[in-house]
Design a protein around this ligand. Structure first.
Ligand code: NAD
Length: 524
């Protein structure tokens, strides 16, 4: 049986919850041009608690025009890095000082456990601090050709960045794009996920208070196929940074192609955790439980496939299942809760349908449906399938919920073949105390990021991104700065100009062109 929290059965509704949220364009809160709005549900009661303005092309046009004006005429791109940095540190200060309220709203809107939402709010502040520091420390290359040239890199912001974000850890993932886009002097239009618009609506107030000039930050709520699509297809938006599903990424790729936009794509995952027989088993179990059940399993880097070496397989499965049954499912606002409510009934249905598929494909050893006592709301018991074959859908497809597949292996080669035998390549986790094997497996696994004997602990300086269907391009540290800037090469001649000369031989002169009045008018 799954452990559930003994906390009050009543849902917590935050005080002063808005009932309506608008777009933010040029510093003003505005409704959609056509007046339309969409319903937003909370994931515990699944009832509508607010209406958000539903942006369409006309709203995106207004937001991009404002962002464009702020870029071409406003102070933001022209400020000294230190000036922008000070403002962004103020953003971080405000986020930090309001972390409890942010977490309360985020947890209510998304169903994330409150303690984890709090961690994500603090991480959002840290993202701003990190990029605020980075732009001040930024140095660019200069190349000397002795006696002839000095060449240097003139780094410049690009223009209006379109930022499209998903509903899992929404506020933190928005900060991950807003931080570097703004730090480098761009202006932005943010299109947050339609399931979770609440925390995004707080950015405008935070930026205003911190001193970000009007028009630098613009926000348009709305559906992906309408507001998101219009942003991707807007000719004055040269950059799109997108995080979401791989198939949405493919669509955006195609839609952005005619405009030759800069694209950064952070997409889906089905990341393996490979546990060898010599691993510290207790640490591996703790980490792999955390890796797939934290953030409700709605986590792009979730280690949702655990590959376990045969000699420890039975013990691992038994201990893992026992611990998974004790992961506490509860109301999102309860500090004891470890798994809250999935974001939306549509997503809940998707996860539940995979659980039914898994019952045909593997051996259910924990969970398998709603936890007892949660007859309504989007609650799913942490679910573990063992003996899952690699061709199973629950092994191949991203479920994005608290569901894990465990599969045995016999050799290092087989472990790698299983790890790499899916279309995704975002993260991988390797558990072994054999140094050579650890590095060999880490380097051969097809994943953008690998953790050895660790769960997902991010160092903000390192590249973040996936390979294969998990994404294109890398953000993180200087790579984010690279994505959001042009690096113009400026070449300077020192001393004499060394021009190869053409047309000075005096031989074979061309006939003079006809006088103007005789020339073919088509060619003028
Ligand atoms: P999604 O692709 O459905 O939506 C993401 C965003 O794209 C939303 O704002 C949505 O409105 C917008 N969108 C949808 N269709 C669009 C279109 N045609 N044009 C423009 N915008 C459009 O993804 P989701 O369900 O919100 O998020 C979950 C997915 O995100 C999972 O696959 C997860 O793995 C992935 N994810 C990846 C990372 C990463 O860093 N790799 C991080 C978090 C989440």
């Amino acid at each position: 049986m799954t452990t559930t929290s003994a906390a009050p059965a009543r849902q917590h509704v935050p005080a002063e919850l808005p009932t309506r949220i608008q777009h933010v364009i040029d510093g003003e809160r505005v409704d959609s041009v056509d007046g339309s709005a969409f319903d937003v549900l909370d994931p515990v009661s699944n009832t509508t608690y607010l209406q958000a303005a539903a942006g369409k092309k006309a709203d995106i046009d207004r937001a991009v025009a404002a962002a464009r004006r702020a870029f071409t005429d406003g102070p933001w791109p022209r400020m000294l890095p230190r000036e922008r940095s000070r403002i962004l540190h103020r953003v971080a200060d405000i986020v930090e000082s309001t972390d409890a309220r942010l977490a309360e709203l985020e947890s209510f809107d998304s169903g994330l456990p409150i303690t984890q939402a709090l961690g994500q709010a603090r991480r959002a502040a840290e993202n701003f601090r990190f990029f605020a520091d980075l732009i001040v420390a930024q140095a660019d290359d200069t190349y000397k050709v002795p006696g002839r040239q000095i060449n240097y890199v003139n780094r410049k912001p690009i223009g209006v960045a379109g930022l499209i974000t998903p509903w899992n850890t929404p506020f933190m993932l928005e900060s991950w794009k807003l931080g570097p886009a703004l730090a480098t002097g761009n202006t932005v239009v943010l299109k947050p996920a339609e399931f979770t618009p609440l925390s995004a609506s707080l950015w405008a107030g935070i930026f205003e208070e911190a001193g970000v000039p009007k028009g630098v930050f613009n926000l348009v709520n709305g559906l992906g196929e309408e507001a998101g699509d219009a942003l991707v297809k807007h000719p004055d938006v040269p950059l799109i940074s997108f995080t979401g599903e791989s198939r949405t990424g493919q669509l955006i790729f195609g839609n952005a192609a005619p405009f030759l936009k800069g694209l950064s794509m952070e997409l889906g995952g089905k990341s393996p955790a490979i546990v060898f027989a010599d691993a510290d088993l207790e640490a591996a179990i703790d980490a792999t439980i955390f890796g797939v059940f934290s953030l409700n399993g709605e986590r792009c880097t979730a280690g949702s496939r655990i590959l376990v070496e045969r000699p420890i397989y039975d013990e691992f499965v038994e201990r893992y299942a026992r611990q998974a049954r004790h992961v506490v499912v509860g109301l999102p606002h309860d500090p004891a809760t470890e798994v809250g409510a999935l974001v939306h009934p549509e997503h809940f249905d998707k996860v539940m349908s995979y659980i039914e598929i898994g019952k045909e494909e593997g051996r259910l050893v924990a969970g398998g449906g709603r936890p007892a006592g949660f007859e309504t709301g989007n609650f799913v018991a942490p679910t573990v399938f063992a003996d899952v074959p690699p061709e199973a859908r629950i092994f191949q497809e991203e479920i994005f919920g608290p569901v894990v597949a465990i599969t045995p292996f016999d050799t290092d080669e087989e472990a790698l073949a299983l790890a790499n035998g899916v279309k995704y390549g975002l993260a991988a986790y390797v558990w072994t105390n054999d140094l050579k094997r650890a590095h060999n497996v880490a380097q051969a696994v097809e994943a953008g990021m690998v953790w050895l004997n660790s769960n997902n602990v991010r160092d903000l300086r390192t590249p973040f991104g996936g390979v294969k269907a998990s994404g294109l391009g890398h953000e993180g540290g200087y790579r984010s700065i690279d994505f959001y800037t042009h690096q113009q090469a400026v070449h300077i001649t020192l001393g004499e100009v060394h021009n190869p000369t053409l047309g000075r031989s005096g031989k074979a002169p061309h006939p003079a062109p006809p006088a103007d009045d005789e020339a073919d008018p088509e060619l003028r």
